[in-house]
Write a protein that binds this ligand. Structure first.
Ligand SMILES: *[C@@H]1O[C@H](CO)[C@@H](O)[C@H](O)[C@H]1NC(C)=O
Ligand SMILES: *[C@@H]1O[C@H](CO)[C@@H](O)[C@H](O)[C@H]1NC(C)=O
Ligand SMILES: *[C@@H]1O[C@H](CO)[C@@H](O)[C@H](O)[C@H]1NC(C)=O
Ligand SMILES: *[C@@H]1O[C@H](CO)[C@@H](O)[C@H](O)[C@H]1NC(C)=O
Ligand SMILES: *[C@@H]1O[C@H](CO)[C@@H](O)[C@H](O)[C@H]1NC(C)=O
Length: 402
């Protein structure tokens, strides 16, 4: 990713927005210090880039996002079809009797999934149970489903933050703070609460990022789930994602990353009384595959506390649209923020709204470079075709089937 231009103009911009937007947590210096020390003004941002993107350097190939051609357009995904034909269900119950198909922890069940797994494995999480586990699903284990009951969901919770010390004594960082990390493809969840219950960080506090769910695999579908946290709740990291009828709660940059994702019928709530930033979508010309990325919110509702920004740009081509979405009065009139981007009007940022409703939706008061979309402009984002869904989106497993 390009280093931001931290010339005088940008320093001025930072000062101007500082009155309303919290300094990002990685920006430790106060704005007035930025002016007196211009050579160091990029430090906080650079630090954040290092924290969040060092993997890109290590595993560059992994970050390439498949294009429509590679995915096969709307042809049904043959790998997925065969995986569904052989599906099995395992029960996860802390009080259950362990067997080949019953486990007391999610971690134990995932260890049993073979590498290169090619059959759908549904983990039936006992409704109403809290699983205090930190989960990492390796990319070698695709086709995993977490299923519980939307009316009485299982909760998966942990409480690490970016500042939590790992085994090596160093802070684990944003990625490492994640409660449930999914790196494999074809993940599904239905009726589950993903939670990071670390105490809510003060806006701008160092190391306050506390991810509840990180989606790094492609073709993931999340139904009737709750993704619950504060700063940086949902790391929509990479890949094609379908998030439906779910509740997402957070404070600063709480849906972020370079996923190409469709949020359908979701409720999105700010949990801070101060400034809240709903998205930090990352799209950049300099990260392989990132130009394919962007978040589309359809038929969602936005509310909660504080002053809510719809998004701020992580990368010079950040892309977010809201369609038919209800916005409460807490959504600030300007709507969007360019963050570190010097010329948001010409950088490639794509922020738009289409037929949104509610007191926070008045597109006329938005920053000049945000778009009030026409129907033709909105159409590419309106429907699961945006995430090539015809080839891979399946309905949630029937909650009453087993
Ligand atoms: C299907 O699986 C094979 C072998 O794992 C892989 O090479 C191929 O890319 C997969 N196809 C899709 C569409 O993911
Ligand atoms: C994923 O599993 C493979 C095979 O066991 C292993 O080599 C790799 O280190 C694992 N990845 C992570 C990030 O743990
Ligand atoms: C799950 O989603 C469906 C819509 O697909 C909705 O009718 C239902 O109320 C949801 N259930 C819960 C418990 O949120
Ligand atoms: C995290 O949760 C554990 C209990 O699971 C608790 O002992 C610990 O104090 C919590 N840490 C913080 C920082 O809240
Ligand atoms: C929009 O969401 C509501 C539930 O919040 C649902 O009843 C309605 O069918 C959805 N409309 C469309 C067009 O998807």
């Amino acid at each position: 990713m390009d280093r931001p231009n931290v010339g005088v103009a940008v320093v001025g911009l930072l000062v101007a927005v500082a009155a309303t937007l919290p300094a990002p947590s990685w920006q430790q210096q106060a704005p007035n210090k930025l002016i007196s020390c211009p050579s160091g003004s990029g430090k906080g941002f650079d630090k954040w880039v290092v924290m969040n993107q060092e993997e890109y350097v290590e595993k560059k190939a992994l970050h390439t996002m498949a294009t429509a051609d590679e995915i096969g357009g709307n042809k049904l995904d043959a790998n997925l079809t065969s995986a569904e034909d052989g599906k099995v269900t395992w029960v996860i119950d802390p009080k259950g009797k362990e067997s080949d198909t019953t486990f007391t922890t999610i971690t134990a069940a995932l260890e049993k999934v073979p590498e290169g797994n090619n059959k759908r494995v549904i983990l039936d999480l006992k409704p109403g149970t809290e699983f205090r586990e930190k989960i990492f699903l390796n990319l070698s284990k695709p086709f995993i489903t977490f299923k519980s009951d939307p009316m009485n969901p299982a909760v998966i919770a942990w409480n690490d933050t970016a500042a939590t010390r790992g085994k090596d004594g160093k802070p684990v960082g944003t990625v490492g703070s994640t409660t449930v990390a999914i790196e494999s493809d074809y993940f599904m969840a239905h009726g589950v609460v993903f939670k990071n219950d670390a105490p809510l960080a003060k806006p701008g506090a160092e190391g306050g990022q506390a991810v509840a769910l990180r989606l790094f695999g492609t073709k993931a579908a999340i139904y009737n789930c709750t993704i619950d946290g504060g700063q940086d709740t949902l790391y929509d990291h990479k890949g094609l994602h379908y998030i439906k009828d779910s509740l997402i709660r957070g404070s600063v940059d709480f849906i972020f990353g370079f996923g190409r994702s469709y949020y359908d019928g979701c409720t999105i709530l700010s949990v801070t009384k101060e400034v809240s930033v709903l998205t930090a979508q990352q799209r950049s010309k300099t990260i392989e595959g990132a130009l394919e990325s962007g978040f589309s919110f359809m038929n969602c509702s936005i509310g909660g506390e504080g002053q809510i920004y719809l998004g701020r740009a992580w990368g010079e081509s950040s892309r977010v649209v809201y369609l038919y979405t209800d916005m409460s009065k807490e959504v600030v009139p300007v709507g969007w923020d360019g963050w570190n981007i010097a010329k948001p009007e010409s950088s490639g940022i794509y922020y738009g709204e289409f037929k949104c409703t509610g007191p926070g939706s008045d597109a006329k008061k938005r920053v000049g470079w945000a778009l009030d979309l026409t129907e033709d402009q909105a159409k590419p984002f309106m429907g699961t075709h945006y995430i090539y869904g015809d080839s891979w989106i399946l309905p949630p497993p029937d909650a009453d089937a087993e």
